[in-house]
Design a protein around this ligand. Structure first.
Ligand code: GLY
Length: 406
């Protein structure tokens, strides 16, 4: 348990509101949480190797009484394929452990073929950024760079210039009645921005900016909450409707969708430095923070009438904690302090016994919700929750290191 957890018991959070004005007096001991993650990564690898390791099978979830990762094949249809290699890269970044790096390389290389086949859907960005993106950032391996550039070109073929966004799910055009763009798609713009800066076409930058702008104009309600899916006429480009797929209802706010908006617009501001995206990132963040329960881990959908009996989504909390640690660096002093404080409290909550996985499980976190309406991955360990959790911890570690050098 770290100092912050002792300093901020939940009852205090209740008394002061979601991310109230209370400020931690002690530094957050992020090293303890990162050491915990490394222990779990090592155990997870051992369990995967128990029989004979198959680098083409990627950890996805742990449900019920299971203790080891249930894996799925490293194919384009499996949108979570990149998160396990990403976790290994992020663990390697912290520990410098050459064994972990070797495993990261092995799992990453199972995904390279996806850059050389026609794009299946928008998730190519998630898959390649987490695996090859982190790998290239940490090793400068030129082969990784080439895979990323090819992937960005492939992803960009989903762009419809009449609409101004990428088509998220080509397979669901008929089901939704038009060109569908989901909020999650914001995350995949990072691959286009990256490619435009690293030898790819400058058009990729324009596509990403157009997508972010069109989404900002159509995908949100006046209060800053978002629909999950925006449907457009593919010819006229007109916005037809906002609906849900993974949320409670068309009018509700699916927590992870809002989390993707927070993360996505923060990233778009980093890449463009256009103040309208910074203002918008703060607007969608405020909409998210205002709806949180006392422990800062959202219910899976903010409007599920079953609250407080509804399941939580720790993955959304991890995504937002990571995003806030970036967003705080772009904001005024007051906002900066508040967002940093919120992020640390979210991480403290995720790192408490309420959300940490039990000792016998190889995951970092429990209590995420994948697709509640489909009855899938409810109150489970899910690989992307762990990915954004360790990303957030690494971000906080770097912030603390920079501060101690200043
Ligand atoms: N991109 C799918 C999800 O967030 O569940």
């Amino acid at each position: 348990m770290n100092i912050l957890k002792l300093f901020f018991p939940c009852s205090l959070a209740l008394a002061m509101g979601a991310c109230g004005a209370d400020k931690p007096q002690e530094a957050y001991d992020v090293s303890e949480d990162l050491a915990y993650c490394h222990t779990k990564v090592t155990k997870g690898l051992m369990a995967l190797k128990e029989d004979s390791v198959d680098y083409k099978m990627m950890p996805r979830n742990i449900q019920g009484e299971e203790t080891s990762w249930k894996c799925r094949p490293a194919i384009a249809e499996e949108w979570c394929s990149g998160f396990w290699p990403g976790i290994l890269w992020l663990d390697y970044e912290y520990t410098g452990d050459p064994e972990i790096r070797k495993e990261a390389e092995n799992y990453t290389s199972s995904l390279g073929y996806l850059s050389r086949q026609p794009v299946y859907d928008h998730d190519l960005g998630f898959i390649m950024l987490c695996s090859y993106g982190n790998g290239y950032r940490l090793t400068a391996n030129e082969d990784y760079k080439n895979v990323l550039l090819e992937s960005a070109d492939s992803l960009a073929t989903l762009y419809n210039p009449n609409v101004g966004t990428l088509l998220s799910w080509p397979r669901n055009v008929e089901m939704f009645g038009g060109h569908n763009t989901i909020m999650d798609n914001m995350i995949n713009l990072e691959l286009l921005f990256w490619a435009a800066k690293n030898g790819g076409s400058k058009d990729l930058y324009d596509i990403a900016v157009n997508h972010a702008t069109t989404t900002m104009e159509n995908h949100f309600r006046p209060d800053g909450t978002c629909f999950h899916v925006a449907v457009y006429d593919p010819e006229s480009g007109n916005f037809l409707k906002g609906v849900t797929h993974q949320g409670y209802s068309d009018d509700s706010t699916w927590a992870r969708g809002q989390a993707w908006a927070v993360y996505g617009y923060t990233m778009v501001y980093r890449e463009t430095r256009d103040p309208k995206f910074l203002d918008f990132a703060q607007k969608v963040t405020e909409a998210y923070l205002a709806r949180l329960p006392e422990d800062l881990v959202p219910y899976w959908d903010f409007d599920d009438p079953a609250i407080p009996s509804a399941p939580r989504d720790a993955s959304a909390a991890a995504v937002v904690a990571s995003a806030l640690l970036e967003l705080q660096g772009y904001c005024s002093a007051e906002k900066q302090a508040n967002y940093r404080h919120c992020a640390e409290k979210m991480l403290a909550s995720l790192g408490s016994q309420n959300y940490r996985s039990t000792e016998n499980k190889v995951s970092f976190l429990d209590h995420s919700t994948g697709h509640k309406p489909a009855g899938s991955e409810i109150d489970a360990s899910i690989i992307y929750a762990d990915y954004y959790y360790i990303e957030a911890l690494n971000r906080l570690k770097k912030l603390q290191e920079n501060e101690s050098r200043a």
